[in-house]
Design a protein around this ligand. Structure first.
Ligand code: BT5
Length: 239
């Protein structure tokens, strides 16, 4: 097992992704940076990530070769970790992890040459969120009333990540995508995808081997979308 074999742990840090970046030339693949709290947690596109005590804030240094499915692989590993604990999460392409329609975890991948810094943030036992995240964010504890031990979840997550990451390295894409489909909340749904200034709508058919969202446009055309922000037009109440 390579994930978590080497671990840097902090009570508090600016961002585990930033620290992991500073290690890429000296730390072996699978090195994890873990913190109880982040003062400058990062989301995508320079957004802020609320990271108080009670959450799991971790970054892992990886060299996958094929970078395109890393976020998908990480999402599956997080879902499997909670499934083992009787909690079914949902994956919303490209990087949101939901419970009862609210975001309980997020993934941030940063590519530096042949290295990926995989950031995973999980709102495990957080009890309060700032007003601006009202209705958007929640925690595993708030949604399930289960207080799961952080160390136990971290160890399980390293194991799951290790398993699915080695599948990725061995080109077992089909197995990863099959798991992803099992947890996916957008399949068959009408969505709007924002890519910078461009917006398009359609029905989600699948994701392909590169992690692109496959959508059918209202005119019947099939499009493959590699990145963006995705909204469901209607929520069917399942997630
Ligand atoms: C993400 O960004 O979902 C990626 C989050 C990655 C966080 C991890 S923690 C360890 C590592 N170190 C870091 O510094 N980062 C990574 P994005 O899809 O851009 O979502 C950001 C948006 O989610 C914000 O604009 C808020 O609306 C919302 N948000 C902020 N904090 C949140 C939280 N704790 N839980 C749920 N939603 C949150």
């Amino acid at each position: 097992m390579i994930i978590g074999k080497k671990l840097y742990y902090f009570d508090s840090i600016d961002s585990t992704n930033l620290y992991a970046r500073s290690l890429i030339n000296k730390a072996p693949e699978g090195t994890v940076v873990l913190a109880d709290q982040q003062t400058e947690g990062k989301g995508r596109f320079g957004k802020k990530w609320y990271s108080p005590e009670g959450g799991i804030w971790m970054s892992t240094i990886l060299k996958p070769g094929n970078v395109s499915l890393i976020s998908i692989t990480a999402g599956v590993a997080v879902c499997e970790t909670f499934h083992i604990n009787g909690i079914i999460l949902g994956l919303k392409w490209p990087n949101d992890i939901l419970l009862n329609g609210k975001k309980v975890a997020g993934i941030l991948t940063e590519i530096i040459d042949d290295t990926i810094i995989l950031g995973i943030g999980i709102n495990l036992n957080i009890t309060k969120f700032p007003d601006e995240l009202d209705g958007i964010a929640s925690s595993i504890f708030l949604e399930t009333k289960k207080h799961l031990d952080k160390k136990m979840i971290c160890n399980l997550l390293y194991k799951q990540l290790d398993e699915f990451y080695s599948m990725l390295k061995n080109n077992m894409t089909f197995e990863i995508l099959t798991k992803w489909r099992h947890y996916a909340v957008l399949l068959g749904k009408e969505v709007i995808v924002e890519m910078g200034d461009e917006k398009l709508s359609g029905r989600v058919l699948d994701i392909n081997n590169n992690g692109a969202l496959v959508i059918m446009r209202p005119n019947g055309r099939i499009d493959y979308i590699l990145g963006g922000v995705c909204y469901m037009k209607k929520n069917d109440g399942r997630f």
